[in-house]
Design a protein around this ligand. Sequence first.
Ligand code: DGL
Length: 268
Amino acid sequence: MRIGVFDSGLGGLTVVRELRSLYPSVDILYLGDTARVPYGIRSDATIRQYAHDCASFLHSQRIETLVIACNTVSALALKELQQEFDFPVFGVIEPGAAEAVRSSQGAPIGVLGTLATIDSGAYVRAVQERAPALELITCPAPLLVPLVEEGWTEGEVPRQVIRRYLEPLLKQGIGSLILGCTHYPLLKDSFRRELISLGHEHVAIIDSGVALARQLKKLVESHTNTQQSMHDKPGELAIFVTDAPRRFRALAERFLDQAIGHVSIVKL
Ligand code: DGL
């Protein structure tokens, strides 16, 4: 089975990591639109255009399923991509919202995301469809994406930025926190440490990419004859970017903790 995955940059690799660990025999084609990252500060129309470009490229590579490993695109362009292409298209918002409703035990849900994701109200709608009475506290956290793209995921600088974004949410008594941007799970350890040091270790951290990867189980199984064959031959990982392949490769290898071979540059 060939799954296409795309994100504006590096963040979608958090979804790839999960997909590879759950479905090792699946072939994954990953596109990071590194020439145009970040998406989250752009207008809705621009984000939709970028989403179309990325999906069209992966379509040309004969993928069978598309995973939008970007909250911003999932929030703004999921329906359009589902209408445009004839393969199944999945986004990260619905699985993340479902997981948060399950974990929050009636307490408010905190959501951090890009400006575009928060402004779209996509998480609010997705949670309220499932639990109309649940309160959401949402907050854009735009400084976190450049930290991740820079590889600054540990230490004093991310710690202080995370604390600044967390404190107002914690004051509202949140029971779970949606990391509503696929870049943020790269900071998950720093988030966890901050929650502990602020005395809120009970807050569940929700990684929408992980929730999405789990949701694909039935689909992947239906493409493979038996459970056994899901683990037979290791799947391939092909990586494409729109700029700076060497830099991407170094960060990606560090993050995926494996050699990833050639990173191809493409023009969209
Ligand atoms: N990975 C994107 C997301 O999940 C955030 C990065 C960006 O702004 O492009 O929303």
